[in-house]
Design a protein around this ligand. Sequence first.
Ligand SMILES: C[S@@+](CC[C@H](N)C(=O)[O-])C[C@H]1O[C@@H](n2cnc3c(N)ncnc32)[C@H](O)[C@@H]1O
Length: 290
Amino acid sequence: MTLCLGSVLVRFGHLIRLPISVADATVVGMAGDPVLYFNDVADRYDEAAPFFASFARETATALGIGRFAEVLDVGAGRGALAKEALTHGCTEVIAVDAAPRMMQLLARERTRIGTAVMDAQRLAFRDLAFDAVVSAFVIHIVPDPQQVMREMVRVVRSSGLVAVVVPGRADDLPDPWDDPIRPIVNDFRRHFADGHGRHAGGNYADEEALLLEAGLRDVQGVTVEVRLPVSNGEHYWQWLTSHGAGAFTQGLPGTARSEFRRRVTAAVDERPGFCIRRSAAVWCGRRHGR
Ligand SMILES: C[S@@+](CC[C@H](N)C(=O)[O-])C[C@H]1O[C@@H](n2cnc3c(N)ncnc32)[C@H](O)[C@@H]1O
């Protein structure tokens, strides 16, 4: 049985309380809250280059996601991984995100994906509701990653799959390619009190430890990579400022931001055929059970 609340579509039997209707939801949070940031960039998110869509394709294949019927995508954004789950044959896919605008845009696409505005730290689903619970590029930016992991494990069935995707390689080694933008980013880190500046609200969780501490078995991490051509420096800038890394540029003082933009775009323009190259770690485990 499904429940429709405006543009919200979720399986009624899965719910322990009614989520906020996607149409009615407003974003609340304090300055620096990543949800506010992602709500603001939602309309441009993954539009300049299909970065998260490409990672979702690699992730879905790495996980063999088509083996699972009912899938929950936590912090789904514009639904990159949820859409891959449908493409791979999952029959019931639900996407939740705390940023209402992300969910509004996904709901507007009228796919078969159920959508709801929801905090990953307090999922409104009953225990053991899904065959697989996945979350891409979220666990490293939430204030309480242990709580998110507990919630993901709570709503997955016995023997079900829990998976998180985070930037960087599963073996923690540096990427085996040169990134001419990285030294420029490093030059500008001094403008941030934490010397870091990326991933507004970021944490330093160890994903393998998170999965093990949550009691999952068969925990493993694999590295996936994407390579996306950009046409010029401005194209790269549009990509850079329309996802999490944009929090870095937003955090720079005005003159430093202009200088950063000038150096980044020039570095890309100097290299015809430039490609965005990035890696991510897909960490997964199974809940104990049959
Ligand atoms: C980098 S985006 C990733 C989106 C999507 N998973 C993808 O791969 O494209 C991070 C997403 O996590 C969401 N998010 C951050 N904190 C959250 C929370 N506490 N609960 C639910 N979603 C959250 C943001 O709104 C944003 O859409």
